[in-house]
Design a protein around this ligand. Structure first.
Ligand SMILES: NC(=O)c1ccc[n+]([C@@H]2O[C@H](COP(=O)([O-])OP(=O)(O)OC[C@H]3O[C@@H](n4cnc5c(N)ncnc54)[C@H](O)[C@@H]3O)[C@@H](O)[C@H]2O)c1
Length: 194
Protein backbone atom coordinates (compact mmCIF):
# COMPACT_ATOMS: atom_id res chain seq x y z
CA UNK A 1 0.00 0.00 0.00
CA UNK A 2 1.47 3.36 -0.99
CA UNK A 3 1.82 6.07 1.61
CA UNK A 4 -1.06 8.17 0.26
CA UNK A 5 -3.31 5.12 0.26
CA UNK A 6 -2.83 4.65 3.98
CA UNK A 7 -5.98 5.67 5.78
CA UNK A 8 -6.10 9.08 7.37
CA UNK A 9 -9.00 11.12 8.60
CA UNK A 10 -9.96 14.63 7.57
CA UNK A 11 -13.47 14.63 9.00
CA UNK A 12 -14.50 18.15 9.84
CA UNK A 13 -11.51 19.55 7.99
CA UNK A 14 -11.55 21.89 5.02
CA UNK A 15 -9.18 21.12 2.17
CA UNK A 16 -8.47 23.55 -0.67
CA UNK A 17 -6.83 22.26 -3.84
CA UNK A 18 -5.60 24.81 -6.36
CA UNK A 19 -5.42 23.11 -9.75
CA UNK A 20 -8.00 20.65 -8.47
CA UNK A 21 -9.92 20.25 -11.72
CA UNK A 22 -7.49 17.87 -13.40
CA UNK A 23 -4.55 15.57 -12.95
CA UNK A 24 -2.71 15.41 -9.65
CA UNK A 25 -4.90 18.13 -8.11
CA UNK A 26 -8.11 16.29 -8.91
CA UNK A 27 -6.61 13.10 -7.52
CA UNK A 28 -5.65 14.93 -4.32
CA UNK A 29 -9.12 16.49 -4.04
CA UNK A 30 -10.80 13.10 -4.39
CA UNK A 31 -8.40 11.62 -1.84
CA UNK A 32 -9.21 14.40 0.65
CA UNK A 33 -12.93 13.86 0.01
CA UNK A 34 -12.56 10.13 0.68
CA UNK A 35 -10.82 11.06 3.92
CA UNK A 36 -13.94 13.00 4.88
CA UNK A 37 -12.85 16.60 4.22
CA UNK A 38 -15.04 19.36 2.89
CA UNK A 39 -13.29 19.94 -0.40
CA UNK A 40 -12.74 23.17 -2.32
CA UNK A 41 -11.29 22.99 -5.80
CA UNK A 42 -9.97 26.04 -7.60
CA UNK A 43 -8.88 26.10 -11.21
CA UNK A 44 -8.76 28.13 -14.41
CA UNK A 45 -10.45 25.42 -16.46
CA UNK A 46 -14.15 25.86 -15.75
CA UNK A 47 -15.56 22.87 -17.70
CA UNK A 48 -13.04 20.58 -15.95
CA UNK A 49 -13.88 22.24 -12.64
CA UNK A 50 -17.56 21.35 -13.16
CA UNK A 51 -16.74 17.75 -14.01
CA UNK A 52 -14.39 17.33 -11.03
CA UNK A 53 -16.94 18.92 -8.75
CA UNK A 54 -19.57 16.35 -9.80
CA UNK A 55 -17.13 13.50 -9.14
CA UNK A 56 -16.22 14.85 -5.69
CA UNK A 57 -19.88 15.47 -4.90
CA UNK A 58 -20.45 11.72 -5.24
CA UNK A 59 -17.86 11.16 -2.49
CA UNK A 60 -18.63 14.04 -0.12
CA UNK A 61 -21.64 16.17 -1.06
CA UNK A 62 -21.31 19.88 -1.63
CA UNK A 63 -17.78 20.59 -2.81
CA UNK A 64 -17.06 24.22 -3.58
CA UNK A 65 -15.65 24.88 -7.05
CA UNK A 66 -14.13 28.31 -7.55
CA UNK A 67 -12.84 29.66 -10.86
CA UNK A 68 -9.44 31.04 -9.93
CA UNK A 69 -6.27 32.10 -11.68
CA UNK A 70 -3.55 31.34 -9.15
CA UNK A 71 -1.15 33.77 -10.80
CA UNK A 72 -3.37 36.67 -9.73
CA UNK A 73 -2.92 37.52 -6.04
CA UNK A 74 -6.34 39.17 -5.75
CA UNK A 75 -8.05 36.02 -7.06
CA UNK A 76 -6.15 33.77 -4.66
CA UNK A 77 -6.95 36.06 -1.73
CA UNK A 78 -10.62 36.11 -2.80
CA UNK A 79 -10.60 32.30 -2.94
CA UNK A 80 -9.28 32.03 0.62
CA UNK A 81 -11.80 34.62 1.81
CA UNK A 82 -14.66 32.73 0.14
CA UNK A 83 -13.59 29.46 1.74
CA UNK A 84 -13.37 31.03 5.20
CA UNK A 85 -16.74 32.71 4.69
CA UNK A 86 -18.34 29.43 3.58
CA UNK A 87 -16.65 26.92 5.87
CA UNK A 88 -15.17 29.09 8.62
CA UNK A 89 -11.68 27.62 8.34
CA UNK A 90 -8.96 26.23 6.12
CA UNK A 91 -7.02 23.17 7.26
CA UNK A 92 -5.33 21.94 4.11
CA UNK A 93 -4.10 23.96 1.17
CA UNK A 94 -2.53 22.25 -1.82
CA UNK A 95 -0.79 24.32 -4.49
CA UNK A 96 -1.02 21.93 -7.42
CA UNK A 97 -1.96 24.29 -10.27
CA UNK A 98 0.88 24.50 -12.71
CA UNK A 99 1.95 24.37 -16.29
CA UNK A 100 4.69 22.57 -18.14
CA UNK A 101 6.18 24.02 -21.25
CA UNK A 102 8.88 22.20 -23.15
CA UNK A 103 11.14 23.66 -25.77
CA UNK A 104 14.66 24.81 -26.48
CA UNK A 105 15.82 27.57 -24.15
CA UNK A 106 16.98 29.61 -27.12
CA UNK A 107 13.40 29.73 -28.40
CA UNK A 108 11.81 30.70 -25.07
CA UNK A 109 10.13 34.07 -25.30
CA UNK A 110 9.89 36.58 -22.50
CA UNK A 111 6.13 36.04 -22.53
CA UNK A 112 6.57 32.25 -22.09
CA UNK A 113 8.89 32.66 -19.14
CA UNK A 114 6.73 35.33 -17.50
CA UNK A 115 3.71 33.01 -17.70
CA UNK A 116 5.60 30.06 -16.23
CA UNK A 117 6.92 32.18 -13.37
CA UNK A 118 3.50 33.76 -12.78
CA UNK A 119 1.75 30.40 -12.43
CA UNK A 120 4.38 28.00 -11.10
CA UNK A 121 6.20 30.40 -8.80
CA UNK A 122 3.94 33.32 -7.92
CA UNK A 123 0.88 31.04 -7.79
CA UNK A 124 2.51 28.91 -5.10
CA UNK A 125 3.70 31.99 -3.24
CA UNK A 126 0.28 33.71 -3.25
CA UNK A 127 -1.49 30.47 -2.38
CA UNK A 128 0.82 29.78 0.54
CA UNK A 129 0.47 33.34 1.82
CA UNK A 130 -3.33 33.26 1.60
CA UNK A 131 -3.47 29.91 3.37
CA UNK A 132 -1.06 31.02 6.09
CA UNK A 133 -3.14 34.15 6.66
CA UNK A 134 -6.35 32.13 6.91
CA UNK A 135 -4.83 29.50 9.20
CA UNK A 136 -3.02 31.72 11.66
CA UNK A 137 -5.79 33.99 13.06
CA UNK A 138 -7.31 31.05 14.88
CA UNK A 139 -3.93 30.20 16.29
CA UNK A 140 -3.70 27.17 14.06
CA UNK A 141 -0.22 27.69 12.69
CA UNK A 142 0.24 25.84 9.44
CA UNK A 143 2.97 23.29 8.95
CA UNK A 144 4.51 22.61 5.64
CA UNK A 145 5.40 19.23 4.28
CA UNK A 146 5.19 17.19 1.15
CA UNK A 147 3.98 14.20 3.13
CA UNK A 148 0.31 13.33 3.39
CA UNK A 149 -1.41 13.80 6.75
CA UNK A 150 -0.74 11.09 9.25
CA UNK A 151 -2.37 10.30 12.56
CA UNK A 152 -3.95 13.46 13.84
CA UNK A 153 -3.26 15.22 10.62
CA UNK A 154 0.18 16.12 11.86
CA UNK A 155 3.08 16.02 9.52
CA UNK A 156 5.95 13.85 10.66
CA UNK A 157 8.00 16.51 12.41
CA UNK A 158 7.21 20.18 12.11
CA UNK A 159 8.97 21.67 9.16
CA UNK A 160 11.08 24.79 9.60
CA UNK A 161 9.85 25.98 6.24
CA UNK A 162 9.00 29.68 6.39
CA UNK A 163 5.50 29.23 5.00
CA UNK A 164 4.06 29.63 8.42
CA UNK A 165 2.54 33.04 8.49
CA UNK A 166 5.92 34.48 9.30
CA UNK A 167 6.63 35.04 5.66
CA UNK A 168 7.35 38.71 5.94
CA UNK A 169 9.80 41.28 4.73
CA UNK A 170 12.61 39.48 6.47
CA UNK A 171 12.17 36.64 3.99
CA UNK A 172 12.03 38.82 0.95
CA UNK A 173 15.53 39.20 -0.25
CA UNK A 174 18.53 37.40 -1.62
CA UNK A 175 19.27 33.93 -0.29
CA UNK A 176 16.33 33.81 2.07
CA UNK A 177 13.83 34.47 -0.72
CA UNK A 178 15.54 31.93 -2.92
CA UNK A 179 15.33 29.30 -0.20
CA UNK A 180 11.69 30.14 0.42
CA UNK A 181 10.90 29.81 -3.26
CA UNK A 182 12.80 26.57 -3.59
CA UNK A 183 10.94 25.20 -0.62
CA UNK A 184 7.62 26.34 -1.97
CA UNK A 185 8.32 24.52 -5.21
CA UNK A 186 9.21 21.36 -3.39
CA UNK A 187 6.48 21.53 -0.80
CA UNK A 188 3.23 22.62 -2.31
CA UNK A 189 0.99 21.12 0.32
CA UNK A 190 0.58 22.19 3.89
CA UNK A 191 -1.97 22.06 6.59
CA UNK A 192 -2.84 23.24 10.02
CA UNK A 193 -1.42 21.36 12.97
CA UNK A 194 -4.57 21.61 15.08
N1 LIG B 1 2.25 14.80 -13.88
C1 LIG B 1 3.52 14.67 -13.48
O1 LIG B 1 4.14 13.60 -13.60
C2 LIG B 1 4.22 15.81 -12.79
C3 LIG B 1 5.47 15.60 -12.26
C4 LIG B 1 6.12 16.63 -11.58
C5 LIG B 1 5.51 17.86 -11.47
N2 LIG B 1 4.30 18.05 -12.04
C6 LIG B 1 3.72 19.37 -11.87
O2 LIG B 1 2.59 19.26 -11.02
C7 LIG B 1 1.59 20.18 -11.45
C8 LIG B 1 0.31 19.43 -11.75
O3 LIG B 1 0.59 18.43 -12.71
P1 LIG B 1 -0.57 17.66 -13.47
O4 LIG B 1 0.05 16.55 -14.19
O5 LIG B 1 -1.69 17.37 -12.53
O6 LIG B 1 -1.01 18.79 -14.52
P2 LIG B 1 -2.43 19.02 -15.21
O7 LIG B 1 -2.15 19.86 -16.39
O8 LIG B 1 -3.14 17.72 -15.40
O9 LIG B 1 -3.23 19.85 -14.10
C9 LIG B 1 -2.85 21.14 -13.77
C10 LIG B 1 -4.11 21.91 -13.38
O10 LIG B 1 -3.71 23.23 -13.05
C11 LIG B 1 -4.64 24.10 -13.67
N3 LIG B 1 -4.04 25.42 -13.89
C12 LIG B 1 -3.07 25.77 -14.77
N4 LIG B 1 -2.81 27.07 -14.68
C13 LIG B 1 -3.63 27.56 -13.72
C14 LIG B 1 -3.81 28.85 -13.17
N5 LIG B 1 -3.11 29.91 -13.60
N6 LIG B 1 -4.72 29.00 -12.17
C15 LIG B 1 -5.44 27.93 -11.74
N7 LIG B 1 -5.30 26.70 -12.24
C16 LIG B 1 -4.40 26.51 -13.21
C17 LIG B 1 -5.02 23.42 -14.97
O11 LIG B 1 -6.23 23.94 -15.51
C18 LIG B 1 -5.13 21.99 -14.52
O12 LIG B 1 -6.42 21.66 -14.07
C19 LIG B 1 2.15 20.89 -12.67
O13 LIG B 1 2.77 22.07 -12.23
C20 LIG B 1 3.19 19.93 -13.17
O14 LIG B 1 4.20 20.61 -13.87
C21 LIG B 1 3.64 17.06 -12.67
Amino acid sequence: MGIIEEPFGLQGRVAVVCGGARGIGRGAAELFARAGAKVVIADLDQPALKEASAAIDAIVPGPLAVATDVSVKAEVDALAAQVVETHGRIDVWANVAGILQFGPIVETTEEDLDRIIAINLKGVYWGSAAAARAMTPAGRGPSSTSRPPEGRCLPRGASPVPVTGRLGRRHVGSRSLFRTMRTLFLRGLFWSEN
